[in-house]
Design a protein around this ligand. Structure first.
Ligand SMILES: NC(=O)c1ccc[n+]([C@@H]2O[C@H](COP(=O)([O-])OP(=O)(O)OC[C@H]3O[C@@H](n4cnc5c(N)ncnc54)[C@H](OP(=O)(O)O)[C@@H]3O)[C@@H](O)[C@H]2O)c1
Length: 346
């Protein structure tokens, strides 16, 4: 099969398009999917450079060659012996955690709890733009912060960094749940984010959100202290100082701490750092969120797309052969929506 591999950690020039990769065989609880489209997420760039090697290397049978990529949309071409809910030819989508074989390839084997039928009203390219960013936000809210979507009605939520893949999805989701939304972006993305449903859009080059916002219930920080100075402190300043307030960040030092100190020393150290922050900002609740798979989240996403509550936002489309260019685009840190990978058309 064809696919884009890396043979060692490094910059985007490590990405090599190959046509002689063995097609994986599905395990009993897996389906084999012909990938029509995938997407690039910042985590792909980070993994390419060796981020998370303490964890990801333990999950891989062979370290290299390594195929990256999580999102997929495509058609089922083979099913494992225990699979009863899919048939060959079904059009599906999802997000794979298969550490041995990512989705930047012609075929991928996916566990059946990470795939469902694709909404019929969007094409494969649009479909590949949503699962990872959507399930990231689903994990952040439901799994890590322990909030029920139905409890968010009327809440004031601030999304720091609203114009990327996660932000464009999250604005639409929180709007549909009845939230009042404030977000930040550069001037070129203001109209986009207003169109998605943001009530207050702040150009971060013109003013600081901390001077404009107050009495918020939730800060969903997509950038965090690893990208911006004093991001946690600023976000917490705009929250109500009470136990009903939540600060959730997607960028935090958990995996980096494991990489630098190893699993045995790194895990307690990261937990210590997190607890220190929790103590510092109490009564506000502080969460470090990490993407987790969720079949129920994927099924709810399917319904939200099918009824047009959520619409894909695509920044640009690259062919799989040009995956390194797609990585460079995401590396700018200034995409508007998602960078999608077309596996079929040259
Ligand atoms: N923990 C997890 O499991 C997890 C999962 C997914 C993502 N993430 C992380 O979450 C972050 C967002 O992911 P993504 O996929 O949405 O990234 P992305 O698609 O690359 O989006 C980056 C966005 O950041 C905005 N931005 C850059 N500087 C900004 C600033 N100073 N203030 C406000 N916005 C700014 C850009 O908007 P402008 O062009 O308008 O500046 C751009 O749209 C990334 O750091 C990613 O690594 C973590």
């Amino acid at each position: 099969m064809f696919g884009s591999i890396i043979n060692q950690y490094g910059n985007e020039s490590e990405l090599t398009f190959k046509t002689d990769i063995a097609v994986p065989a599905p395990k009993p609880n897996q389906v084999l999917i012909e990938v029509m489209a995938s997407s690039v997420n910042p985590i792909d760039l980070m993994k390419r450079e060796g981020y998370g090697r303490t964890i990801f290397e333990k999950q891989r049978k062979n370290l290299f060659p390594w195929i990256l990529g999580s999102d997929f949309s495509g058609k089922i071409v083979d099913i494992g012996t225990k699979v009863t809910n899919f048939a060959i030819g079904d059009e599906v989508w999802g997000c794979s955690s298969n550490a041995n074989c990512g989705t930047h390839a012609e075929f991928v084997c996916v566990d059946i709890d990470e795939v469902t039928h694709k909404p019929s009203n969007i094409d494969f390219l649009s479909a590949a733009s949503l699962p990872y960013v959507a399930l990231t936000t689903w994990s952040a809210i439901v799994r890590w912060a322990g909030l029920r979507p139905q409890d968010l009605d009327g809440k004031k939520i601030f999304i720091q960094g609203g114009a990327g893949g996660v932000g464009c999805f999250s604005i639409q989701l929180f709007k549909s749940l009845g939230c009042e939304i404030a977000t930040t972006c550069s001037s070129k993305n203001i109209d986009l984010l207003k169109g998605l449903g943001a009530d207050h859009v702040i150009d971060y080059n013109q003013s600081s959100f901390v001077d404009e916002l107050s009495d918020f219930d939730i800060a969903y920080d997509l950038l965090g202290d690893s990208v911006l100075d004093n991001s946690i402190e600023k976000c917490c300043k705009i929250l109500k100082p009470d136990p009903g307030s939540h600060y959730i960040t997607l960028t935090h030092p958990f995996v980096k701490t494991l990489d630098s100190k190893g699993l045995i020393l790194g895990t307690p150290h990261a937990l210590y750092l997190r607890q220190k922050l929790k103590n510092e900002y109490r009564p506000i609740n502080i969460y470090w969120s990490i993407y987790r798979p969720s079949l129920s989240g994927l099924e709810q996403l399917t319904d939200l797309v099918q009824d047009e509550t959520i619409k894909p936002v695509i920044d640009s489309i690259f062919h799989l052969k040009d995956l390194s260019e797609a990585h460079s685009k995401v590396a700018t840190g200034h995409v508007s929506g998602k960078v999608v990978i077309d596996h079929k058309n040259d």
